[in-house]
Design a protein around this ligand. Structure first.
Ligand code: IPM
Ligand code: MN
Length: 360
């Protein structure tokens, strides 16, 4: 199969972690007889520096022409304390989401048996956690009407949703639940917000299309609490953009390592795969960042964008092997030897090449 992949390394540790995923994907392609065509695109602060735009048109064209996008991270500390900066790297991310129609952000949260004690939460609370937060990504307050009035003394941001936007996201949630434990939780604030009432009403109307799925409706504040009290009780959660932003960061803590969690953003034109961690500027260029989240994002890409399940499974296998054998970066090494980002990437790619018993 021909795999046309747009490669957007971005800022900070993005380029380093993406490089390791490329090694692994290339090794998988050789093993299974696929042809990968990588096309590099500029994004984030790196793109602002070069062309003055964090998501330039040239990068958009590369993404539109690709079957999938593999993305690192964007963000640069030089913008963090400058609220008046005319262009910011994050704007590139929002523009990319909107222009590529990346309407659904899929963030799985699961635990790795060997790392369960890395979590700040007690083992007995998190054991067995395997949930997906499906966050709406191109609507809501992130993209609503905003502005200032009263001579700049009043500011407003509006949360707007259409029934179609809710339906599109919820449909994906129901379908995912059907392939899993058949439980769907609609997270909203319908006791206060009109947009939440539209969410609830829309999801309620869809229940009859998916009679096997058990649907619950919970307020976002209660979910924030239950996520750390009893995360294994959830299967698929669907929610609007801002609630999803907050809950997915919260959920990432459960697994005990930000450096391990992959994500996918499902789009109208193409889909994008990226680690959930950010650009981690303190570690940039030091060859110490954990590449596993990006490598696992590449596994999601094989499965979700190309329907190649064996390839995805092999990547997950070698990642589990690296965790079991302690071939890990300093964030996971504890008192044992810490390996470099590039060493972990080389090792994973080699393990892929060595794997036996796999039908090409
Ligand atoms: C995320 C990030 C972004 C968001 C920022 C960087 C704009 O926090 O991907 O979750 O809020 O969506
Ligand atoms: Mn976020």
């Amino acid at each position: 199969m021909k795999l046309n992949i747009a490669l957007l390394p971005g800022d900070g540790i993005g380029p380093e972690v993406v490089e390791q995923a490329v090694k692994v994907v290339d090794a998988v392609a050789v093993k299974f007889g696929h042809q990968v065509n990588w096309t590099f695109g500029l994004t984030g602060a790196a793109a602002i520096d070069e062309v003055g735009d964090p998501y330039p048109e040239s990068t958009h064209e590369i993404c539109m022409a690709a079957d999938a996008v593999l993305f690192g991270a964007i963000g640069h500390p030089r913008y963090d304390n400058d609220p008046k900066a005319p262009v910011r790297p994050e704007q590139g991310l929002l523009k990319m989401r909107k222009k590529l129609g990346l309407f659904a952000n899929v963030r799985p949260t699961f635990t790795f048996p060997s790392l369960i004690d890395n979590s700040p939460l007690k083992r007995e609370r998190i054991e067995g956690t395997d949930l997906i937060i499906l966050r709406e990504l191109t609507g809501g307050i992130y993209f609503g009407e905003r502005g200032r009035k009263d001579g700049g003394e009043t500011a407003f941001d509006t949360c707007t949703y259409t029934r179609d936007e809710v339906r599109r996201l919820a449909k994906l949630g129901f379908e995912m639940a059907m392939n899993r434990r058949k439980k769907l939780c609609c997270v909203d604030k319908a006791n206060v917000l009109e947009s939440s009432r539209l969410w609830r009403e829309t999801v309620q109307d869809m229940e009859r299309e998916f009679p096997e799925v058990t649907v619950s409706y919970e307020f976002v504040d209660a979910v924030a609490m239950r996520l750390v009290q009893w995360p294994s009780s959830y299967d698929v959660l669907i929610t609007e953009n801002l609630f999803g932003d907050i809950l997915t960061d919260e959920a990432s803590v459960i697994s005990g390592s930000m450096g391990l969690m992959p994500s996918a953003s499902i789009g109208i034109h193409t889909s994008l795969f990226e680690p959930i961690h950010g650009s981690y500027p303190q570690a940039a260029g030091k060859d110490i960042a954990n590449p596993l989240a990006t490598v696992l994002s590449a596994a999601m890409m094989f499965e979700d964008a190309f329907g190649l399940k064996k390839e995805a499974a092999l990547i997950r296998d070698v990642v589990n092997q690296s965790l079991a054998e302690g071939l890990v970066t300093e964030d996971l090494a504890g008192n044992n030897k810490a390996y470099k980002t590039s060493e972990v990437g080389d090792w994973l790619a080699a393990q892929v090449s060595l794997a036996t018993g796999i039908a090409a």
